[in-house]
Design a protein around this ligand. Structure first.
Ligand SMILES: [Zn+2]
Length: 330
């Protein structure tokens, strides 16, 4: 494993043995970087936990190549391609065992490849960190208005988390009820008493100029708010929203082509048409409007035009202003 106390920039691989039909004695090599500056906090930044989400990986690489080590406070531990074989195959899940890295935490030292990656993060990396930033996007099948997630009820870490999340400057800062699954990294980080920041910065398997720029500059601003570097840019305004069990998740009933009538991030009123469901295989069904049953912001749309029964078509979340935020006391 990399020497986490080495001054300056150190890069290495986390080596994991794997054995498959395609490669009997395979060596999986996960890139890891450690940047040590003046004494200060440690932040662990993960990209590529899911292999078809690209904003996080490139933002981390851009930080590595642009940061001024003489001006760095504390330590950054950076993994741009945490699930490296998934990243290099462009798949959400690990190709070798078909598992979802963010559904196998805290991991298993004797488990399959994905379980062992989770175990290393849990046992070797999170204990070193004061803060964990896990950069996601929607992947091929979802497309998010860029947002940073923070959990409610995070106690003494709440203000630090809120400051770092709003410094990121994503279009939305989304509060999530504290009901996340125990098999996610978020739960491990919270139980360890560390600050957890997660994002959804785009999706549909794309990387755009805007999403790449926001990811890189947002990560820099976030690291600034956490005390590592001086910020060079002012964060764009972020809207506060809340994703809860009461948020509207519109699920596809029948395989169809979805034609959106609105754009990601749009503010919707109850009754607005979000788009149309086209059953191109039927002569007896005209395009069917999909209506918003609630008032809020369009946080997410399907990432592909063709959606199947059970897929998410859209997610509408409650918006609230900062005055309401203060009153709610979260
Ligand atoms: Zn993801």
């Amino acid at each position: 494993m990399i020497d986490f106390n080495q001054q300056g920039l150190t890069s290495e691989y986390v080596n994991l043995h794997n054995s498959t039909n395609e490669s009997a004695w395979q060596n999986i090599r996960i890139p890891i970087y450690c940047l040590n500056g003046k004494p200060g906090p440690t932040t662990l930044v993960l990209g590529g936990v899911h292999g078809d989400e690209y904003e996080g990986p490139i933002a981390i690489e851009n930080i590595i190549t642009s940061i001024d080590l003489d001006k760095l406070n504390g330590r950054l531990i950076l993994l741009p391609a945490t699930n490296v074989t998934a990243v290099m195959s462009g798949t959400r899940l690990t190709p070798e065992d078909g598992l979802n890295l963010n559904r196998v935490f805290p991991g298993n030292a004797n488990g399959s490849l994905t379980q062992r990656i989770a175990n290393i993060i849990t046992q070797d990396l999170i204990p070193l960190a004061d803060h964990v930033i896990d950069l996601h996007s929607g992947g091929k099948t979802l497309n998010f208005a860029p947002c940073v997630f923070i959990y409610e009820n995070t106690g003494e870490n709440f203000q630090t988390t809120l400051n770092a999340a709003t410094a990121f400057g994503a279009h939305f800062t989304v509060f999530i009820e504290d009901d996340f699954s125990e098999v996610m990294i978020d739960d491990v980080v919270k139980k360890a008493g560390k600050v957890m920041i997660a994002s959804e910065l785009g999706g549909a398997g794309m990387l755009t100029r805007d999403s790449a720029s926001l990811a890189t500059n947002g990560l820099k601003r976030c690291l600034s708010a956490l005390g590592h570097i001086k910020s060079i840019t002012t964060p764009p305004e972020t809207k506060f929203a809340r994703l809860s069990e009461h948020s509207e998740h519109i699920i596809c009933d029948d395989t169809c082509v979805f034609e959106p009538s609105v754009n990601l991030g749009d503010l919707l009123s109850k009754g607005d048409i979000i788009g149309y469901q086209h059953r191109l295989d039927r002569i007896d069904e005209p395009p069917k409007p999909i209506i918003s049953k609630t008032t809020g912001a369009l946080l997410c749309l399907c990432g592909q035009a063709l959606v199947k029964r059970g897929d998410v078509i859209a997610i509408v979340v409650e918006i609230f202003d900062s005055e309401k935020l203060q009153k709610s006391g979260i």
